[in-house]
Design a protein around this ligand. Sequence first.
Ligand code: SF4
Length: 372
Amino acid sequence: MERGEAKSKKAGGPPRLCCICNEKRPVLKRPKTLQQICRECFYEVFEEEIHQAIVNNGLFKSGERVAIGASGGKDSTVLAYVLSELNRRHSYGLDLFLLSIDEGITGYRDDSLETVKRNELQYGLPLQILSYKDLYGWTMDDIVKMIGLKNNCTFCGVFRRQALDRGAALLKVDKLVTGHNADDIAETVLLNILRGDIARLSRCTSITTGEDGPIPRCKPFKYTYEKEIVIYPFAVSNPHHTYAYFKKLDYFSTECIYSPNAYRGFAREFIKDLERLRPRAILDIIKSGEDFRIATTTKMPEQGTCERCGYISSQKWCKACVLLDGLNRGLPKMGIGRARGGGVNGGDHKKETKAGSTVKTLETKQCGSLDF
Ligand code: SF4
């Protein structure tokens, strides 16, 4: 050990050299490993871990067309950048596109879409935007005017999921990738346990979902910590040292003006507290979710198609059609299981299981943008 290094350790300061290359000064401490590393090694390990997640899980095949769900936020912006880089560097042979959904939220989505439009030019990726107004005849501004700020995210999440599938079909892509990171997935595991949503719990940790549906969805950031993407309190000399910061990526960081930030917010805070005490907690929650085994006596919802629009559904009508019908009839609560006896699916979205428990088929989400 060098004399300077010993002195800095004794003083409780950072080691003099990056513990990976042993050549440069460290600029940050990785949350996953607590290693103090330099900027160049950070780029390398950050990108290499995503590349390994892609390769080890066989996410793509050469020649595939892949849409990146792009909101202009930190995760999808970093995903668009990193995936373009890896596609070039490792010759994946992918045709990449940006796919954005305009929910019609004035002062939020209109601004974030401007970021995506800049990303289109910066990364040279063709952009497709679909709006709720065109697809459903309603903007989120209209919906909130009618229903207020309770349950608005249920409408938004259900509509977004279908809108992304429709956009992906329009682009004729083989896969849709989203920027869900390890924190998002751990949070979803916890929420599904808290809600007793066995159907979602069994699939929320999968890196690829919807393989039986029209367009599979992949999460290349499944093992990537949010703090490394953008929020980095462990930086050695600057609290803003993250991948997005170092690379000077252009992203939009304002929260949705309609975000209720309640139930999901508690789960998020709980996970952040656990992470502070034990950084591996995020990966361990994901591992626990992966290892859950569903009892064979638990009846899972059977997938069919919506009689109205043909979208995948376990009910007569898909969730989007039920919600839309409620809106158009001036009975918006009909589709969220509050009203009694109304709606095609009877307003009761719980299915009896063989084990006597129930499986919810229409849940209330705090922010559907986390649940593509
Ligand atoms: Fe939609 Fe998310 Fe805003 Fe809720 S918080 S209205 S799901 S964008």
